[in-house]
Design a protein around this ligand. Structure first.
Ligand SMILES: [Zn+2]
Ligand SMILES: [Zn+2]
Length: 386
């Protein structure tokens, strides 16, 4: 048998060694520069771009959107066409808006014990993640869900598992998933900050955190209206979730009194929480957007009703004012609102017609005889802010 040729040992030249360039230090986005970020939930009706333009015209430097219809399982395509996503990201860059918060669909119930609903919820939340990433979202906010017959402990475990499954194999990029606290209607999870904290802790393998809604806190029994109540609530937040894990606040006044456990938002200063409490919240050093005590880029986003044209713009201006930053607020476009007078009239006509149909159907013993809460609910007269 011929001898195997001996392969000569290659001379090792250290110059040949593959040395990749060190990865560049990630540059934090402009919205994390320590400045206060204030915005409002804006509508994507017509085009995703409309949401960005509305935010700018309303005097915001941050915003929240839905990425599809929030009350339908299939409210549009589950994926966003590449051209649309690209145009959206470019326009957002141009307008220097951030953070961008995407709010998930309301039908998603990550706590569901019932297998069909749970599967559907995980799939829908997966689609939410994919769309939020496509749009270049910074945060995706989701409600923890309702536990039904399940125990709170069991539900917490289910929620954690559902989020993990939905996020499996999706490169999240810069997206963080935020669990929102709730008012505690029915069997809704997340009205106790301990529960939110447990869920967030269970998700620490993912970029995650919490979004806290002031109206939900108040309705759930956290007295953020008083100075002492705010201080003790901040202590509880820090103990259960960790203040540094709360990069987004939903800033809403509440139609519902302390501990009323119902979720009804009101204009800032016109509800049970009141303007002075919001001034304390917006100027509290632990809730700031700048280090050392604050979280860079922390955003305060409104989800207040728009009963009359201009309510959106006025609520944004109120936040800047209460934060003591009127001078630094980006200019709003005079007279702009997401609700135009014409649209308001049309909505009123539409709901009148709907009510008529209901009455007629009731007369015939029709199916619509049981009025839905939404249609029958007497419109609460708007409290004028002084
Ligand atoms: Zn929410
Ligand atoms: Zn709410």
């Amino acid at each position: 048998m011929p001898e195997q040729p001996v392969t000569p040992v290659a001379e090792f030249d250290p110059e040949d060694e593959y040395r990749p360039e060190p990865p560049p230090e990630p540059v934090p986005p402009a919205w994390m520069d320590g400045s206060r970020r204030i915005g409002i939930h804006t509508s994507i009706a017509g085009s995703y771009l409309n949401a960005l333009d509305s935010a700018q015209r309303l005097g915001c430097n941050a915003l929240q959107i839905f990425s599809s219809s929030p009350r339908m399982w299939q409210g549009g395509p589950s994926r966003i066409p590449d051209v649309d996503a690209k145009a959206f990201r470019a326009r957002r860059e141009e307008l220097r808006l951030g953070p961008l918060v995407v709010h998930a669909n309301y039908l998603i119930n990550l706590a569901a014990a019932q297998p069909m609903l749970r599967t559907r919820s995980i799939q829908a939340f997966h689609d939410e993640i994919v769309r939020a990433v496509a749009l270049g979202g910074d945060f995706l906010v989701v409600h923890p869900g309702a536990r039904g017959e399940s125990t709170p402990e069991r539900a917490v475990a289910t929620i954690i598992e559902s989020v993990k499954q939905a996020a499996r194999r999706v490169p999240l990029g810069g997206l963080r998933i935020l669990i929102e606290n709730t008012a505690g209607m029915g069997t809704a999870m997340g009205s106790r900050l301990e529960e939110v904290g447990e869920i967030v802790a269970g998700l620490d393998s993912l970029p995650s955190g919490a979004c806290l809604d002031t109206a939900h806190l108040f309705a759930a029994g956290y007295d953020i209206k008083s100075e002492a109540g705010l201080a003790s609530t901040i202590d509880v937040i820090d103990r259960t979730i960790g203040l540094d894990r709360v990069p987004v606040f939903h800033v809403n006044d509440s139609k519902i009194p302390l501990g009323g456990r119902v979720d009804r938002h009101e204009h800032i200063g016109a509800g049970k929480i009141g303007a002075e409490a919001f001034r304390r919240i917006l100027t509290h050093p632990s809730l700031g957007s700048a280090p050392p005590q604050g979280v860079p880029g922390r955003a305060f986003l409104l989800e207040t009703p728009i009963d009359d044209p201009g309510d959106d713009r006025r609520n944004v201006a109120t936040l800047w004012d209460l934060a003591g930053l009127k001078e630094q607020a980006p200019p709003a476009e005079k007279g702009f609102s997401m609700l135009t007078a014409a649209a308001k009239k049309m909505a009123a006509r539409f709901s009148k017609r709907k009510a008529k149909t209901r009455v007629a159907a009731a007369g015939r013993g029709g199916q619509l005889s049981r009025p839905t809460k939404r249609l029958s609910g007497k419109k609460t007269k708007r409290h004028r802010r002084e």
